[in-house]
Design a binder for this molecule. Structure first.
Ligand code: BGC
Length: 389
């Protein structure tokens, strides 16, 4: 990079950080690094989101819509870093829980903050599957299973990034044949768009040169009261799901599809996340709370599959997808070990994820909708997180 480009990049990065982190009405002050660099104008040459990893450069990109919403995304793992949404009083609240630097994300690796997940979202039992008569072995990163793509999933890759316009970022990545044990060269495109109807639309496309399995999703952690504003237990959730896939103690689906009626998984009516989260039933114990795949009734773009409301801000998030499943994860494994953007620790259940997906372990469960992708086919899916108040 020549000097002019470098200074331009730094200028953009300072502006970006200023915009992304200086305004939200979140409780605590910003972390020291962001605060120093933004408020005191001391953005270092290798600023918090500028890092070279295996020869590829990471950046932070900011999208803005005409209503003042802003989404900051890094090409390190295709992560949503921050998302400013107006609350009922019109104040901007950062509802996406994230780290203040690439280093922070590297350290918080197995939490997958904001990340694009692939090649296979969620677990594959014992890291093993058979496809077209051939056995494949994956890295066991979540004993005894493989989780979210293995040791170095798409969440740890530096994606090629192209800002299409002020509201659109295109990320591309080519996953080599047998990367993390998966067959086929997979060419992936993920497009983040911040729309003028206050939605973050994430569109995925993938093609392969050999038959493979694909299940892409986004692992954003949300707190609709704003990052750093306590637990999500008083948020309410409504899911358009009459059934879910129960799991064993290692969070692999048992293969059954069971009705939610009469269980703590019944979110067909708006219910506080905390209402039954400490239930002593086996499924809640297996998940340590909610960490289950819900079988969606309609899965279309006309009806939200999930509606979540932050009790303090009144911010409502509606999730739309055409995927058959939704992993509702209530942040049970958040350990309070990572310091997030506003200086708060990532304490247990201070964020939730709504991951649109095919069902976990589908490659081993032929009765589930197929995740197989063949040469000549194009994998296509979208997740829409729409915000209202
Ligand atoms: C999984 C959880 C896991 C979390 C973060 C979720 O999709 O289902 O079990 O802890 O991701 O890795």
């Amino acid at each position: 990079m020549n000097l002019r480009n470098l200074s331009l990049t730094l200028l953009t990065a300072s502006a970006v950080l200023l915009v992304a982190f200086n305004r939200p009405a979140n409780k605590k002050s910003m972390t020291t690094s962001i605060k120093d660099s933004v408020i005191y104008g001391k953005l270092p040459a290798d600023s918090s989101f500028e890092k070279t990893i295996k020869g590829k450069q990471t950046h932070l990109f900011v999208l803005k819509n005409k209503n003042g919403m802003e989404a900051a995304i890094t090409n390190y793992g295709g992560r949503l870093v921050s998302l400013l949404v107006p609350d009922r009083a019109g104040k901007m609240v950062d509802v996406a829980v994230g780290c203040s630097s690439i280093e922070g994300y590297i350290k918080a690796g197995s939490s997958y903050y904001g990340a694009t997940i692939g090649r296979y979202g969620n677990r594959i039992a014992k890291g093993h599957f058979n496809l077209d008569g051939k056995d494949y072995s994956l890295f066991i990163n979540n004993r005894p299973n493989s989780l979210h793509g293995g040791k170095e999933g798409f969440d740890r890759k530096v994606w090629d990034a192209k800002k299409i316009d002020g509201q659109t970022l295109e990320l591309t990545y080519v996953s080599n044949d047998m990367e993390e044990g998966y067959p086929g060269t997979l060419s992936v495109k993920v497009v983040y768009k911040l729309t003028n109807n206050n939605a973050v639309r994430i569109s995925y496309e993938a093609t392969t040169d050999k038959t493979t399995v694909v299940n892409l999703t986004n692992h954003s952690y949300f707190n609709l009261n704003g990052e750093g504003n306590g637990t999500i237990l008083n948020h309410t959730v409504q899911l358009d799901a009459g059934n879910y896939t129960p799991v064993d103690a290692t969070l692999i689906p048992t293969g059954k599809i069971e009705p939610v009626k009469g269980t703590p998984f019944d979110f067909t009516m708006s219910t506080a996340i905390g209402a039954h989260i400490n239930d002593t039933s086996k499924q809640i114990r297996n998940g340590k709370g909610y960490d289950h795949n819900f079988v969606l009734n309609k899965h279309s773009f006309t009806n939200p599959v999930a509606t979540v409301k932050g009790d303090k801000t009144g911010i409502v998030m509606k999730v739309y997808t055409e995927e058959p499943g939704l992993q509702f994860y209530s942040g049970n494994f958040m350990g309070g070990v990572n310091t997030m953007k506003y200086g708060e620790k990532d304490a247990r259940r201070t964020a939730f994820a709504m991951e649109t997906q095919h069902f976990p372990d589908s490659p081993n469960q032929p009765q589930f909708p197929s995740t197989t992708l063949k040469p000549g086919e194009t994998y296509k899916t979208q997740t829409i997180y729409k915000f209202e108040k």
